[in-house]
Design a protein around this ligand. Sequence first.
Ligand SMILES: [Ca+2]
Ligand SMILES: [Ca+2]
Ligand SMILES: [Ca+2]
Ligand SMILES: [Ca+2]
Length: 375
Amino acid sequence: MRRSLATFAAMAAVTGLCSAQVSISEMLINPPGPDDGQESIEIRGPANTKLTGYSFFLIEGDKVQAGIVDLVIDLSGYSTGSNGLLLIRDTTAVLKPAPAVGTSVVVLNPTPDIENGSYTFVLGRGTAPTFNTDLDDDNDGKLDNGLPNFTVVDAFAWTDGDGGNHLYAAQIGGFEMPHATVFTPDFAYRTYDAAGNPFCWTVGDVTAPSSTGPYAFDFANLKVQGGLAKGYGPQGLDLGGANGRLSFCADAYNISLAKGGTQNLDLDAGSGNAGNLYLMLGSLTGTLPGIKLTSTVTLPLTLDPYLLLLVGAPNTVIAPSIGLLDSKGRASATLTLPANAPLALAAVLYHAALVIDTKSSVITFASTPTTLYLR
Ligand SMILES: [Ca+2]
Ligand SMILES: [Ca+2]
Ligand SMILES: [Ca+2]
Ligand SMILES: [Ca+2]
């Protein structure tokens, strides 16, 4: 992918601000049942910090509405709680699980009722655009005048995948989830590394027994993406609670078997594994119960021909599938499926990573698994 200098500058600005500052940590936008009363937005930052000058707003991405500012929340009157979390809700109904005691909970009136289509979510400081402004008058997918007098701190965009939609996050330094032709996502969930820096976004659908939760990730219908997998890591939303951790993430929902495509994989094995050897592997049959490798390390993959293929042919399907972790214990790789790959019977590919101590040759770590849907 080619990126302009301006994009790099914007990315650097966002990364720098995110690491120590304020970020979007969780959003429930399209809940099961009636949306009104369930929509929630969780913001994370330093503890007990006034958000003076901050705003959160949404840019519509759907076709003729593209670019219109649908909702603006001035965060100036709010602060994060003692645990660094601010939860914005549209009801006082009891949420399950209940927000943590240290979370600052705000119930907005009038209630936000957020549409479920393609959206860009923006968090930042300065003068936010006013409600109903069209930031993309010619609907070409580029903000006509950027965001003057506004400093973007975090931005995220998703699409309902029905075509003709525009996402505006990348051009202001944020992250865009690739198209979701399988479903309209209900939620976005951020995971953070051990130091509290944003690691990755995952999205999907939730199921809930009642209109106030608990909201479980919909693994049964294959409607989750990225680093979420049944039995490993977070299993549902924790609105107003500290987010769960993931150590392996992917940036795409699905790849067309007919057309082929790519999925980027990011491993966070922690700084304790800096310089150690990593190996990215996969399975097309599952993740549970996993392969027990040592008394403390279980690889969350099922042994099958795909796993054996990746062991026997490194740096082919995933590249680089083997290498050394950087000083933070991280590595990135790209999975590439050619058009018409012989995987017609597989619905999901799972991937996970192993880490081996380069001095002792002991297996020190196995990541959580990622998912990739084939269609
Ligand atoms: Ca909604
Ligand atoms: Ca434009
Ligand atoms: Ca427009
Ligand atoms: Ca949370």
